[in-house]
Write a protein that binds this ligand. Structure first.
Ligand code: UDP
Length: 257
C-alpha cells in the first residue's frame, strides 16, 4: 500500500494527507512533552484516549452550533478533519487560578476567578509560546479584529458549555487551551475550532477531591496518568469497552492474522 504523505508532525499528533482535497487525518501519538519540550515521555494509551475524548467534546460542541474542524473518527488513533489555516495563537480560557497564572501573578492555585479570563499566546516553540495581547495579534496580522471577535465569542461559548458538561460528571474545568483555524468555502471564510480538546490541553479537577485528572499528573510527576485520562473518558461515557488492555499500541497480533 502506498504510504500516505505526512503533512506535519507535532509533539503529540501527526497530520497526514486526507482521502479528499481539503481533508487531513489527525493521528494521536502517545508522546507527552512539557516545559517547552524539556520533559518527554511516552504514555501508553494516551493517544487512543485523547482521540476519543476530543471526538466526544468536538461532537457535542458541534451539536450546539460551534463550528469545528472535526469530521469523524476513523479508528483508535485517527480522525478525519477539515484542513484549515491555523491561526498561530493559542487561546487559554481560565475559570480557576492554576499553572502559569498562579506563578506569574502569585494567586494561589484553586482560587476561583472573579470571571473567566481569556489569554492569548503566540504559537512559536522557538520563543516558548510568549503571551501576547490583541494588539500584537492584529498589528502583526496573525488575525484580524473580526477574526478575534469571533475567536473570543466562540471561546466563551465553548467554556460555558464545557464547564457545564464537565460539572455534570463531577469535574471542574479549571482552564483549557484551544486553537482556531480559517475554513474556506470559495470566497467565504469562517473561523472554526481546530486541534484537540483533551486532558493534554485542559486542567480537569475532581469536584469533590480536587484530584488532578489531566496532564499536570505528568508535568508534576503525580503518577497514574493513564488512569486519570481513563477516568475522564469513563465519566464521559466513552471508555472503549475493552478498557486499558485494548489501548496498548503496536502489540504483536496474536493468533489469526
Ligand atoms: N496549555 C496547552 N498547551 C500549551 C500551554 C498550555 O495545552 O502549550 C494548556 C494547559 O494544559 C492548561 C492551560 O493551557 O490547561 C493553561 O496553561 P498555563 O498557561 O497555566 O501553562 P502551564 O502551567 O501548563 O505551563
Amino acid at each position: 500500500m502506498a504510504r500516505r504523505r505526512q503533512v506535519y508532525e507535532g509533539k503529540a499528533k501527526v497530520l497526514y494527507e486526507g482521502p479528499e482535497p481539503g481533508t487531513l487525518i489527525q493521528y494521536f501519538k502517545d508522546d507527552a512533552t512539557a516545559f517547552n519540550n524539556q520533559k518527554k515521555a511516552t504514555i501508553v494509551g494516551k493517544g487512543v484516549l485523547n482521540n476519543r475524548i476530543s471526538e466526544h467534546l468536538m461532537t457535542r460542541l458541534n451539536e450546539i452550533g460551534v463550528p469545528t474542524h472535526f469530521v469523524r473518527r476513523l479508528n483508535m488513533r485517527e480522525q478525519l478533519i477539515r484542513e484549515v489555516e491555523i491561526i498561530p495563537v493559542e487561546v487559554v480560557i481560565r475559570n480557576v487560578a492554576a499553572g502559569s497564572l498562579s506563578t506569574r501573578l502569585g494567586i494561589a492555585e484553586g482560587t476561583v476567578l472573579p470571571r473567566s479570563i481569556v489569554e492569548y499566546y503566540y504559537k512559536n516553540d522557538a520563543l516558548g509560546d510568549p503571551m501576547v495581547s490583541e494588539e500584537h495579534i492584529t498589528a502583526f496580522g496573525w488575525a484580524t479584529p473580526q477574526d478575534l471577535d469571533d475567536i473570543l465569542a466562540l471561546s466563551l461559548r465553548i467554556n460555558d458549555f464545557l464547564s457545564g458538561l464537565f460539572y455534570g460528571i463531577g469535574i471542574r474545568l479549571v482552564d483549557f487551551k484551544v486553537e482556531f483555524g480559517r475554513l474556506w468555502n470559495g470566497d467565504d471564510m469562517r473561523i472554526v475550532l481546530a486541534d484537540e480538546i483533551s486532558p493534554d490541553s485542559a486542567r480537569l479537577w475532581d469536584l469533590t477531591t480536587n484530584e488532578k485528572m489531566d496532564k499536570d499528573r505528568f508535568r508534576r510527576d503525580l503518577g497514574n496518568i493513564i488512569e486519570a485520562y481513563q477516568e475522564v473518558a469513563r465519566r464521559l461515557g466513552i471508555l472503549p469497552e475493552a478498557g486499558v488492555h485494548e489501548l496498548r499500541p503496536n502489540e504483536p497480533t496474536k493468533g489469526r492474522a
